[in-house]
Ligand binder design. Structure first.
Ligand SMILES: Nc1ncnc2c1ncn2[C@@H]1O[C@H](COP(=O)(O)OP(=O)(O)OP(=O)(O)O)[C@@H](O)[C@H]1O
Length: 390
């Protein structure tokens, strides 16, 4: 990786980076402080050593529950006091910054984790997005194209959030309104005024969610199409299946909002029978096609699906840099083991060109030998991390 992979302006984009990561009572780390280099950082170690835990800690530098979507109780170290702390010294768009996040233990989990930026409490975790963006690929995403639509919606929303920080609040507002409507349905309420108020809110936030997703997909498809034909990460067609998302761009947003509000009102009896809201962007899906093969992603081989996902994440990183000015920090868990030598070399070369900080894990250091001399190698050994100078 080039030494120029620093938090500086490169063609208009900034690549924020973590200079130091400090963990307290996080997973199998009671106390750890790591100095990190820009560019590629490779964590190697045997199974269960704690490599993914390090990526997970880094994934807490963005809003949400991290790359495993674990509860805070799960990530707090067994045998600790129930709290955990992650501290990162970063270099971002406004210079150096210190980010602290974690929970203080029992009773805190409901309130969510706290975030401090330069020592001051942040109003919400969304404030982290002013400093850096983080995206990832983990082995649990291997079933993304074949698994549940909920996982794909969360995936899309995570990609949208990295580009448009207001998406998180939108999603929270929609979910809150929908929970309110679902409560009215299960309580068998006939209070038309309550229904109307809630459905108006759902129509407004739901249409905004659909518009943000549609925009992401439009930009991402264009970016994926820029992947050169000779890379092993295939071009893909990415579309959203959802009544609202499909209408975006073809009709004025006010019409779509009004139609959704009307559909919600007309669907009350059907939804009452189901006990929940059946229509809306919480039911949308992401469809991906392997363009060269003209085949739905779910029918492609496991390796082809992985290559599609890598292509999407790399394209998204480029897009995020162009749209937000911040190239995301990438967390690639066990990626190298799943790619053949040609694909690995292509991945390393695209990462070098992106110039972002990228954290990779693997049990076999040999898989990363092409990066020796260009990357920081760290050996992970059950709660301890040391320089791997092999
Ligand atoms: N809350 C916790 N407290 C203490 N240890 C934990 C906690 N949660 C997980 N662990 C331990 O962390 C280890 C797993 O770490 P991790 O998933 O990072 O391993 P890994 O190096 O990525 O392994 P693999 O190569 O198998 O994916 C296990 O030994 C597990 O018992």
């Amino acid at each position: 990786m080039p030494d120029t992979a620093q938090a500086g302006r490169q063609g208009g984009d900034i690549s924020p980076r973590v200079n130091r990561l400090t963990l307290t009572d996080f997973r199998n780390y009671s106390s750890l402080s790591l100095d990190l280099e820009p560019g590629a950082v490779v964590f190697t170690g045997e199974n269960g050593a704690g490599k993914t835990n390090l990526l997970e800690a880094l994934s807490f530098l963005t809003p949400g529950r991290g790359l495993r979507r674990a509860t805070y109780g799960e990530v707090a170290r067994d045998g600790g006091d129930g709290g955990f702390a992650i501290h990162a010294e970063i270099e971002g768009p406004f210079g150096e910054c210190s980010i602290g996040t974690g929970t203080t233990g029992a009773g805190d989990s409901d309130a969510g984790r706290r975030v401090r930026i330069n020592g001051a409490p942040a109003k919400s975790a969304e404030a982290l997005l002013e400093w850096l963006r983080v995206t990832w690929i983990t082995p649990s995403m291997d079933g993304l194209f074949t698994g549940s639509s909920g996982d794909r919606r969360r995936f899309v929303d995570r990609l949208v959030l990295a580009i448009d920080p207001s998406h998180g609040q939108r999603a929270l507002d929609y979910e809150k309104a929908m929970r309110g409507r679902n409560r009215l349905l299960t309580e068998n309420s006939r209070d038309a005024r309550w229904f109307e108020a809630i459905e108006t809110q759902m129509a407004e936030t739901g249409t905004a969610i659909a518009a943000a997703r549609a925009e992401l997909v439009r930009l991402l498809t264009a970016m994926v199409a820029r992947l050169p034909n000779d890379t092993p990460f295939p071009q893909a067609d990415v579309v959203l299946a959802g009544s609202l998302e499909e209408a975006i761009g073809h009709r004025p947003a006010v019409d779509i909002e009004e139609e959704f509000r009307r559909r919600l009102a007309e669907g009350r009896e059907r939804d009452r029978a189901a006990g929940r809201t059946l229509d809306g962007p919480h039911r949308s899906d992401l469809l991906v096609r392997h363009r060269p093969k003209n085949m739905p992603a779910e029918l492609c081989s496991t390796g082809e699906q992985k290559a599609l996902l890598v292509g999407i994440i790399l394209s998204h990183a480029r897009l995020c840099g162009e749209v937000s000015g911040l190239v995301p920090i990438l967390l690639l868990d066990e990626i190298a083991a799943h790619l053949d030598a040609g694909r690995r070399a292509a991945l390393f070369s695209i990462l070098e060109e992106l110039g972002c900080q990228v954290f990779m894990t693997g049990t076999e250091p040999a898989l990363f030998s092409a990066l020796r001399g260009h990357a920081q190698f760290l050996a992970v050994d059950h709660g301890r991390v040391s320089a791997d100078t092999a």
